[in-house]
Design a protein around this ligand. Structure first.
Ligand code: FAD
Length: 491
């Protein structure tokens, strides 16, 4: 005889921002949720620069706004870039103009060990059963449905749990994503390698932008420079994937040589000391991080966050995509559990919106890379899109197909056009720092990338008072006034 299998409404694999967000939003509707996390928090993670829609949209719905404010994370008003044709750095602010700084036009730079712990503890306080040190090993299936998970606890004990819905939020190293069906497609265009570490006492950008991310393009790739406290800075470099062997050989030597090759970063680090002990002491490498799964759900199972897709770190979209997809998944699951919608209608809305948002960032990031074309450099030459190259974009359109609205360009010829428009808008911002942001916000790619995030923020801030929403897809669904479920559109 066997002990009966423990059951929940929903079981979530992974307690990063994606997992803890979806778990909390489902538990807040009174459902029984189990979250299984392999590590014991706090644990290290990369992805420290956030976007406003995470902070003011999803985190407000989660009820962690005050806690985030109390954590005193550096305030990020935007990004400062040495990138494109201009030799001097220029600044992209989340506020349309420096004179119009609104209450939601900032984000935070976060130490992920602390940020992720806040979200996971919040999930616990919202009623989620959280088990740390538990590694999920496989899904349980019955016919074409996923009906549960198997996991190993910290003592090596093996368990099975049953659930109406299983969510894979276990990140890029997910062992479950393939169970959803389809394949994980890696991007050739965004195929790079990142090498990163931490410094004490690096310089800061002048106020009011000392909390900005600084991104600097140079011949071999580009650097991120993220202030994590008054004195701690995250410094990473993105280079060609082909440099893997050389970098793995002697990380320290490669890192120092790349810093020396990039004058602005070398200058910002001239009085700084690299952290060599503790969690920040290691020089880490990540590669093959740009991919998407060709399916995002099957009956009984949904992928959120890096388990489903990630593009490229240049515009800090990872935690946004993870928390936004978690919100979409929670709405779908809450609607089905309440008996409002059938699973296919609800999950197709999830997948359509998620792919569309991913597609919008994909296009935006291609445009970003287009600005820095340097024929002499292998790295930048490979990032050049022309009309007859890069079938990757065409095949990506096929996949996003019918779901991404006609708004999204994503064909090489239109991409090149939109990219030129974007680069032009950057050039129009006279004077860099205090420039007027209007031209940038008017360009197609920026408008789109700010749009859906804006909706989520608006809903969180105004709740029932938000203007009625239009469906994203013809005949599609809209979110409920409290943002927690889907409703049919009655226009
Ligand atoms: P994760 O944060 O990876 O969380 C997954 C969790 O699942 C982990 O806690 C893990 O321990 C757990 N887990 C794994 N396997 C199992 C298992 N078998 N069982 C149970 N639990 C498991 N994003 C940004 O927003 N801003 C940035 O500046 C940024 N910079 C980046 C730089 C680089 C070089 C890279 C590669 C990524 C960057 N990202 C950035 C992306 C960001 O790291 C991710 O998109 C984000 O962490 C995804 O969140 P998630 O919740 O999906 O997954």
């Amino acid at each position: 005889w066997e002990m009966s299998v423990e059951t929940f409404d929903v079981v979530v694999a992974g307690g990063g921002p994606g997992g803890s967000t979806v778990a909390a939003l489902v538990a807040m509707q009174g459902h029984r949720v189990l979250l299984l996390e392999k590590e014991v928090f706090p644990r290290y993670q990369i992805g420290e620069s956030l976007l406003p829609s995470t902070v003011h949209g999803v985190c407000r719905l989660l009820g962690v706004t005050d806690e985030l404010a109390a954590a005193k994370f550096p305030v990020k008003r935007g990004g400062t870039f040495r990138w494109g044709a201009r030799p001097e750095p220029w600044t992209f602010s989340f506020a349309v103009s420096p004179r119009m700084t609104g209450p939601t036009s900032f984000a935070y730079q976060v130490e992920r060990a602390r940020f992720d712990e806040i979200l996971l503890n919040n999930a616990k306080s919202k009623g989620v059963t959280v088990r740390e040190g538990c590694s999920v090993t496989a899904v349980v299936e019955e016919g074409d449905r996923v009906t549960g998970l198997r996991y190993t606890d910290s003592d090596g004990g093996e368990h099975e749990v049953g659930a109406r819905f299983v969510i894979d939020a276990s990140g890029n190293k997910s062992r479950l994503h393939a169970s959803v069906g389809g394949t994980r497609e890696y991007s050739e265009f965004f195929r790079s390698l990142a090498l990163f570490g931490y410094f004490e006492n690096g310089k800061r950008l002048p106020e009011p932008y000392s909390g900005n991310i600084l991104s600097v393009a140079f011949d071999s790739g580009w650097f991120w420079y993220i202030p994590l406290s008054d004195t701690l800075t995250s410094v990473g470099v993105v280079v060609r994937r082909e440099m893997a062997e050389k970098i793995q050989g002697d990380r320290e030597k490669a890192y120092n040589a790349l810093i020396a090759e990039c004058p602005l970063i070398a200058e910002y680090l001239s009085d700084a000391r690299r952290v060599t002990t503790g969690n920040y002491g290691e020089l880490r490498v990540r590669k093959d991080y740009s991919y998407h799964q060709t399916k995002f759900w099957r009956p009984g199972m949904i992928l959120v966050g890096d388990a489903a897709c990630f593009v490229d770190p240049v515009f800090s979209s990872g935690v946004h995509l993870a928390t936004y997809s978690a919100l979409l998944a929670a709405r779908s699951i809450n609607s089905v559990l309440a008996g409002d919608l059938d699973e296919k209608t609800a999950f197709d809305e999830f997948e359509g919106r998620y792919r569309r948002e991913y597609g919008v960032f994909y296009e935006f990031l291609v445009s970003f890379y287009q600005m820095n074309v340097n024929e002499e450099s292998y790295f930048w030459h490979a990032k050049k899109v022309t009309n007859n190259e890069h079938t990757e974009f065409e095949s990506f359109v096929d996949l996003v197909g019918g779901v991404a609205s006609g708004e999204t360009a994503l064909a090489a010829s239109r991409l090149a056009e939109r990219s030129a428009e974007f680069a032009g808008a950057v050039d129009q911002m006279a004077g860099g720092d205090d420039g007027d942001m209007v031209p940038l916000f008017k360009s197609h790619v920026v408008k789109q990338v700010m749009q859906e995030g804006g909706q989520v923020q608006m809903k969180a801030v105004l709740g029932e008072d938000a203007a009625p929403e239009e469906p994203v897809f013809p005949g599609g669904l809209v979110s409920s006034p409290d943002g927690m479920k889907w409703l049919p559109y009655r226009g």
